[in-house]
Design a binder for this molecule. Structure first.
Ligand SMILES: [Zn+2]
Length: 440
């Protein structure tokens, strides 16, 4: 553990903020040399455009079982450290206090990464071998949307070929149980623009000039009903319904409704959802969410203005089966059919959902490893959020499962981010167990 903590400190002390493009190549090289010292053959790989941050690739071939390969996907970049003044120490100090390692990236994702590296190092030191082949893919743009991950997967498809992927991240809940998550929702992110007069006008002219903010509000009102259902034609057409096994697993998932409502200060849920419906919504309900709306004057006092334009950003969460491009075409058609063809639709981001079926033997492997190293675990059919999991499933044709070492309240993306050493320890054991069981 001393060795693990000091290596984690070394990683934290090398800032690698993808949003600011600082220290990325340096950190990639650092990770590669650290992996090398742990006995993992590693190096950095680039796309044709060398200004794109490299990935770190690592591998160890198993003597005993070279027919099975597990891939660890992680990232070496971190979120910006700002606002610096809210940190108790230097954000890149790697300070150890109260059995915690502090610093940007201590949990997300350098803490997670170090548990994978040390699990492999442990196997090598204990037995001179690894139970199955192990590969690493550590990218440098996760915190800015993994923009080139699919290109890297495509380019290095053969190198990265595997039979299963352990995802970069996993929470440990308030009851100290790791959350095994089998999937992620997809996403369609768009911006809608409504144009009015060529410049802001005196609002007395609202008798003659159509207000673009109203256009947008009226268009938005046709897209979703008050129960949260998306009203765009065929929106749910390919959305895969829950399998029986998934419904049973969702019913077993713990979720404290009262605590959640209190945390967010809300009295009721969308569509007055209660009981299992709340969990079903989190795991598998598509959404149409207004992420931001911008138009006209919202400063102090009154300004009687008719704005020249209005725009809104919308994120649609998607579930397995739904293809972002198809949904985008449906949205465009919807606006046109409803008489809003003047509203411009800008595509910003699309990602398909991914979900490993409960019947996949890989699920049992991770469940057993989690039970042995943490005593208990929570099984989640899918996270409510989005990540590039589908790219891995599609390109590598391998199941992905997420489990990790990050305490639920570890302040990731916030000042004073930390990793709990005890969880790093248990997670490292868990990773070693996964390797053993995956080989069997
Ligand atoms: Zn993050």
């Amino acid at each position: 553990m001393d060795n693990l903590v000091s290596d984690l400190q070394t990683l934290i002390r090398q800032p690698s903020v993808s949003a600011k493009k600082t220290g990325l190549v340096e950190c990639a090289n650092l990770v590669a040399s650290m992996m090398q010292r742990s006995g993992i053959n590693s190096g950095v790989l680039y796309l044709d455009d060398q200004s794109i941050p490299p990935i770190v690739y690592g591998e160890v071939r198993s003597k005993v079982n070279p027919s099975r390969t597990l891939l660890f996907y992680n990232h070496y970049d971190v979120q910006p450290e700002d606002p610096v003044e809210l940190w108790d120490d230097d954000p890149f100090s790697g300070k150890v206090e109260n059995n915690k390692v502090y610093g940007r990236g201590s949990a997300d994702d350098k803490g997670e990464l170090i548990t994978r590296i040390k699990a492999v190092e442990y196997c090598l030191k204990a037995t001179g071998d690894v139970p199955c082949n192990v590969k690493f893919m550590v990218e440098g743009e996760e915190e800015i949307g993994s923009i080139h991950v699919e290109q890297y997967l495509e380019k290095y498809k053969e190198k990265l070929a595997c039979d299963g992927v352990i995802w970069e991240f996993g929470y440990i809940d308030a009851k100290e149980r790791p959350v095994i998550s089998l999937g992620m929702k997809g996403l369609l992110y768009v911006e809608l623009l409504a144009a009015g007069p060529v410049r802001d006008a005196h609002s007395s002219l609202a008798v003659l000039i159509e207000n673009p903010a109203w256009r947008l509000v009226q268009a938005l009102a046709t897209m979703r009903d008050s129960k949260g259902r998306v009203l765009i034609k065929d929106w749910y057409k390919e959305a895969r319904p829950f399998a029986k096994q998934e419904l049973a697993a969702i019913a077993r998932e713990p979720f404290d409704v009262q605590e959640f409502k209190q945390e967010y200060g809300v009295k009721r849920f969308v569509n007055n959802a209660t009981g299992t419906d709340v969990k079903k919504a989190l795991v598998g309900m598509p959404t149409c969410n207004i992420a931001g709306f911008d138009s006209g004057y919202i400063g102090e006092g009154a300004k009687t203005v008719l704005p020249a334009k209005a725009r809104v950003k919308i994120d649609f969460r998607l579930v397995p089966g739904m293809v972002p491009e198809k949904q985008l075409a449906r949205l465009k058609k919807h606006l046109k059919d409803r008489g809003f063809s003047d509203i411009e639709v800008k595509f910003i981001h699309g990602e398909e959902a991914a979900r490993t079926p409960l019947s996949d033997p890989f699920v049992k492997v991770v469940e057993e490893a989690a039970k042995e190293s943490f005593g208990n675990y929570v099984l989640s059919v899918s996270a409510a959020g989005t990540g590039p999991m589908y790219s891995f499933v599609k390109v590598l044709q391998a199941p992905c499962i997420s489990i990790g070492s990050t305490y639920l309240f570890a302040r990731i993306h916030s000042p004073n981010e930390f990793a709990r050493i005890e969880f790093l320890n248990r997670c490292t054991k868990c990773m070693a167990r996964i390797l053993e069981k995956f080989a069997a």
